[in-house]
Design a protein around this ligand. Structure first.
Ligand code: M6R
Length: 362
């Protein structure tokens, strides 16, 4: 875009609108044969590691939220132990930036060679090992990602998974033709939303500054946003070295609430979807024990904003189509926030200590 950036991570986050647009415009034929293979299976699994797993988890929710079949998400490092007796006629959707993650390769080789599963992969690197072991491949459009922490790769993975979920909905006729079109239009609008988030990134930077001295932070959400909470927590941990934990908000009262005291920061991902009013209950539980509430909400939000100490507003429209396709804008915001915190702390967000871009050991 002609601008100069201090770090690759920041530059790559600014590539997100263009990259997700390319993904959303991907050839229909590639999508069709991928979806056909998924729908022919009796059981559907989705597997990955790290950030790619959080994209996978979002994909599982997207497919079911749009009326598609049940998808079981399993970490690739747990795949074999979770499925010692894998069912016949299964398909495994594998998600990976590098296509070389040893745990992912091991899981899909096990599924394919021992149990005859079909492998459908969503991969960023063309010609990687994962593409060679797969029956169907969707190549993500992120392009070369230099920063070690995944961000634009994640955004393209989730855009691809949204397309898959919508195509399944279309084939299964869970929505009318007009509604599917409205969801597709809304998905395309995430490109402009991402652009607006980046134009207004100073607001996210301000919140980043406020949390940069924290040592512990909870990320809480419900439903599909739990996957966003997990990714937000991982990013902040990886590049800003803050101890973070992410939970399904309903779980907080089953243990994590024990740590809450005056000023303990809790970041709530609070889109106005079916989980909204139950999430408000969880926010109140934390607030009444003194937690500092930082929330990521829709632009038009009022209720969560009222009970929060700080809010980050996501510029989405107030309709069900925009809300159902808003996961990438919410996560992009959390990734940007992690970047700013890292920068405030004078760290190198591109090369976090102890991490490798591609983890080729099991
Ligand atoms: O190359 P992959 O997408 O298979 O990598 C998976 C994880 O190793 C990767 O997402 C990791 O969690 C990153 N550090 C996330 O920023």
């Amino acid at each position: 875009d002609g601008k100069s950036y201090k770090w690759f991570m920041h530059k790559e986050l600014h590539e997100v609108p263009r990259k997700i647009k390319e993904q959303i415009m991907m050839p229909q034929e590639d999508l069709d044969s991928f979806v056909k293979t998924i729908l022919e299976a009796e059981r559907i699994f989705i597997t990955a590691a790290g950030t790619a797993f959080y994209a996978a988890l979002a994909g599982k929710f997207l497919i079911s939220n749009f009326g598609g079949p049940y998808v079981e998400a399993i970490l690739c490092s747990e795949f074999i132990d979770t499925l010692p007796n894998m069912p016949e006629n299964s398909v495994v959707i594998a998600v990976s930036q590098s296509g070389e993650t040893a745990d992912t390769i091991e899981a899909i080789r096990y599924a394919r060679e021992k149990h005859g599963a079909k492998i459908c992969s969503i991969v960023n690197v063309v010609g990687s090992s994962l593409t060679r072991y797969s029956d169907e491949v969707i190549i993500t459009t992120a392009g070369l990602e230099i920063a070690v922490a995944s961000q634009k790769a994640y955004c393209t993975q989730v855009s691809a998974l949204t397309l898959i979920a919508l195509r399944i909905a279309e084939l299964k006729e869970t929505y009318s033709v007009e509604e599917i079109k409205k969801f597709r239009d809304a998905l395309l609008k995430t490109v402009d939303i991402a652009e607006n988030i980046l134009i207004e990134e100073g607001k996210i930077r301000e919140i980043g500054e406020k949390i940069s001295n924290e040592t512990n932070i909870y990320f809480l959400a419900r439903g599909i946003s739990t996957s966003a909470a997990l990714e937000g927590a991982l990013k902040l941990k990886e590049i800003a070295y803050i101890h973070t934990e992410a939970y399904a908000a309903g779980e907080s009262k089953h243990g994590p609430i024990a740590l809450i005291e005056e000023g303990f920061p809790c970041i709530f991902i609070a889109p106005p979807d079916a989980t909204y009013s139950r999430l408000i209950g969880n926010i109140m539980e934390m607030k009444s024990r003194g937690a500092k509430i930082i929330s990521v909400v829709a632009d038009f939000d009022e209720n969560v904003t009222e009970i929060s100490d700080y809010t980050i507003r996501i510029p989405i429209e107030n309709n069900k189509y925009a809300i159902a396709t808003s996961i990438v804008p919410f996560v992009l915001t959390l990734q940007l926030m992690a970047y700013f915190v890292s920068d405030f702390k004078g760290l190198d967000p591109d090369k976090p200590k102890n991490l490798a871009k591609s983890v080729t050991v099991k």
